[in-house]
Design a protein around this ligand. Structure first.
Ligand code: NAI
Ligand code: MG
Length: 360
């Protein structure tokens, strides 16, 4: 198989973990006889530095011409003072909009080997297998107006939670489709006791649910969901929710696995290309130290192989290699506990790569 992959390393540890992802894809290509062609594009603060914009047009074009997009992370304190439209994070919001990536899939799995990295007890997290489907191109992060003004001499501010019914429909529909191949349960999270947008969300969830008699639907208020996710995470299968609720709940869910450095994601659109990225940011506090955990990015590569290219065996080869390396005790510092072997970013990548090629 021949595939063209747009690689957008971005800033900070995004660059470090993206190098590793490319190594892993090359190892998969070597073992299974595929050719992956990589083209690099700029995004975020690094794009601003050389091009004066966080998302140059060439990057958008490059992504649109590719079969899939791999993104590191953007941002850093050196760009904090820039006007909002030039900030690195705008590059990210804009690429999601340009590629119409309306659904962000964030799986959280339990790793037996990492049980000591989680602050939660083993009985609580053992066997967790949850998928958060976050709406990504609407809601509070995109609604207009979003501005400050003066009313009757007082400082006021407004943000807008705006959705078209159709935007709710497509992401909820996708959640049901995914649930069909899993434990057949969808938890739709909203704030229907307060928000009108949530009341429409609930209606749409019911409407979609009628098409899937085999899939169970439950509604849950977001504050309760935040609590249940820590108290009894095993009760969840697929969780579908609005943009901001999903943003917050998925960071919370990362604690179940043990580290932000372990969680991958896939962002899907109607016609592709899809975009894959770890859920963590550019981690300026550990940038340049070769200690970032590359596994969230490597697991994003597995999602790319499976979802964009239909390469199930190859995706499993990556996931199995990650498991084997963890079982063998290799740990970056974010998941390090007593008795393990501390390794750098590059060493972790090299271990996963060697494990993939070992099984040739
Ligand atoms: P962050 O995710 O970059 O870091 C949070 C904490 O987790 C830090 O202590 C960091 O060292 C640690 N961490 C994150 N990823 C890790 C990894 N792979 N291995 C080991 N430790 C890891 O979030 P933060 O600090 O809130 O944001 C930093 C910058 O990243 C900001 O400019 C923010 O806007 C941006 N950001 C970008 C995202 C993206 O590009 N998708 C997502 C989240 C934040
Ligand atoms: Mg976030």
């Amino acid at each position: 198989m021949k595939k063209r992959i747009a690689v957008l390393p971005g800033d900070g540890i995004g660059k470090e973990v993206t190098r590793g992802a490319v190594d892993i894809l090359n190892a998969i290509g070597e073992r299974f006889g595929h050719q992956f062609y990589f083209s690099y594009g700029k995004i975020g603060g690094s794009a601003f530095e050389s091009e004066g914009t966080p998302l140059p047009d060439e990057t958008i074009e490059l992504c649109k011409e590719s079969d899939a997009v791999l993104l590191g992370a953007v941002g850093g304190p050196q760009w904090d003072r820039l006007p909002v439209h030039l900030r690195p994070e705008q590059g990210l919001l804009k690429i999601r909009k340009e590629l119409n990536l309306y659904a962000n899939l964030r799986p959280t799995n339990y790793y037996e080997s990492l049980v000591e990295s989680s602050p939660l007890r083993k009985e609580v997290i053992e066997g967790v297998d949850m998928l958060i489907v976050r709406e990504l191109t609407g809601g509070l992060y995109f609604g207009k107006p979003s501005e400050r003004s003066q009313q009757d001499g007082k400082d006021v501010v407004v943000d807008t939670l705006f959705y078209q019914r159709a935007e709710m429909y497509r992401v909820i529909k996708l959640a049901f489709e995914v649930a069909k191949g899993r434990k057949k349960k969808v938890t739709s999270v909203d704030k229907a006791n307060v928000l009108e947008s949530s009341r429409m969300w609930r209606e749409v969830a019911e409407e979609v649910s009628a098409q899937y008699p085999d899939v169970e639907l439950e509604h849950m208020l977001v504050d309760n969901a935040a609590m249940q996710m820590i108290k009894n995470p095993k009760r969840f299968d697929v969780v579908v929710t609005e943009n901001m609720f999903g943003d917050i709940l998925s960071d919370e869910a990362s604690v179940l696995t043990g580290s932000l450095g372990m969680l991958p994601s896939a962002s899907l659109s109607e016609n592709g290309p899809y975009l894959y990225e770890p859920i963590h940011g550019s981690a300026p506090d550990i940038e340049g130290k070769n200690i970032a955990n590359p596994l969230a990015m490597i697991l994003s590569v597995a999602m790319m192989l499976r979802t964009s290219f239909g390469l199930e065996e190859e995706a499993e080869a990556v996931e199995n290699a990650v498991n084997e390396v963890l079982n063998a005790g290799y740990r970056t510092q974010d998941i390090l506990s007593f008795g393990n072997r501390a390794v750098s970013t590059n060493e972790m990548v090299a271990e996963v790569k060697a494990t993939i090629l070992d099984h040739e």
